[in-house]
Design a binder for this molecule. Structure first.
Ligand SMILES: N[C@@H](CCC(=O)N[C@@H](CS)C(=O)NCC(=O)O)C(=O)O
Length: 315
């Protein structure tokens, strides 16, 4: 894994020295917006945008879920990178269709030849202006949620006006403690930093477990963006984070309500097809050689995500 420094690829792992062993995620570098508005530089048009994702990555997974739920498959095409992220960073299996590049960092320098920063997925590319619109998943899913409705006639709204306060509150709590919390455990390089992240992670999972005992979804009866953001971490938890990131106080399968909720979301039409456990396990265990130097990928666990979730009665 590495990063670009003034447009030149350098193979370097995260530097946790300055933060006393803590993993600090870098902010995304491209933050434009597709808008269905007359003067927008990035108009919502069919066939104009291309999405680069890894099926292993929880942040990229959010964008694939929204592409499916919002009926955008015919309008936004996708390149899936290889699960292995080694000295050249994310790589394509076959040359990608727009420029024939074989490394994701070439897409970044195609957009900005002197780019400095990490080369992350997801990336939303604009074929018209030949640039990256955004590499921030939380913003890409908002665009997908609302800006293409005139093309798809799909008006499902995962960030409805009346629930925004509640959704934002859950997101603000779940992102540092759970979504990024598992990474803060796994990428910590001191015992203290790891234990601090671990305690916060399991305190947060306990809190969500209590909430889900009496609420079908985070914001009540409706599935919202907050649920999909939590889902992509939960679905990777027992397969990867428990072992590889040492998040091993409990599995999701040991929490009755979180497990039922996870199954409920997994069983929504189209979601299972966005979830690829081969890519998920292979990426983490094979790519993070600092954590797993043998690169052996575990065979298990056997996950039970398809049995009845029994949550339909919860209000
Ligand atoms: N803020 C970004 C984070 C994306 C991110 O960190 N993706 C990881 C994969 S799970 C990545 O590409 N990491 C490569 C690196 O950090 O070098 C988002 O949510 O879109």
């Amino acid at each position: 894994m590495g990063k670009l420094v003034e447009g030149v690829w350098q193979d370097i792992w995260y530097d946790t020295k300055a933060s006393r062993g803590k993993f600090v995620r870098e902010d995304a570098g491209f933050r434009d917006w597709i808008q269905h508005q007359p003067n927008s530089r990035f108009q919502a048009e069919s066939g104009r945008y291309h999405l680069y994702v890894s099926l292993a990555c929880p942040w990229a997974h959010r964008t694939l879920i929204f592409r499916t739920l919002k009926g955008l498959e015919a309008h936004i095409d996708v390149t899936v990178v290889c699960p292995d992220m080694l000295s050249e960073g994310w790589q394509m299996g076959l040359p990608e269709p727009l420029f024939g590049h074989t490394r994701l960092h070439q897409i970044y320098t195609q957009a900005k030849p002197d780019y400095t920063g990490r080369v992350t997925v997801p990336v939303l590319w604009d074929k018209k202006h030949n640039t990256i619109v955004s590499n921030e998943s939380s913003e890409i899913i908002r665009m997908f949620n609302s800006e293409f409705n005139h093309l798809t006639d799909n008006h499902l709204d995962f960030y409805p006006e009346h629930l925004r306060g509640l959704i934002d509150e859950w997101n603000d709590y779940i992102y540092p403690n759970i979504n990024n919390g598992v990474y803060r455990c796994g990428f910590a390089t001191t015992q203290e930093a790891y234990e601090e992240a671990y305690d916060k992670l399991f305190e947060a999972l306990d809190k969500v477990e209590r909430h889900l005992a009496t609420h079908r979804y985070l914001a009540g009866r409706e599935i919202t963006e907050a649920d999909w953001r939590l889902f992509t971490t939960l679905v990777r938890f027992d397969a990867v984070y428990v072992g590889h990131f040492k998040c091993n106080k409990q599995r999701i399968a040991d929490y009755p309500h979180l497990q039922g909720y996870l199954k409920d979301l997994y069983q929504i039409e189209g979601i299972k097809q966005t979830t690829d456990f081969y890519h998920i396990k292979r990426h983490y265990y094979f790519s993070h050689t600092g954590i797993n130097p043998t690169q052996v990928v575990p065979k298990g666990p056997d996950l039970d995500l398809e049995s009845p979730h029994q949550r339909a009665q919860i209000s």
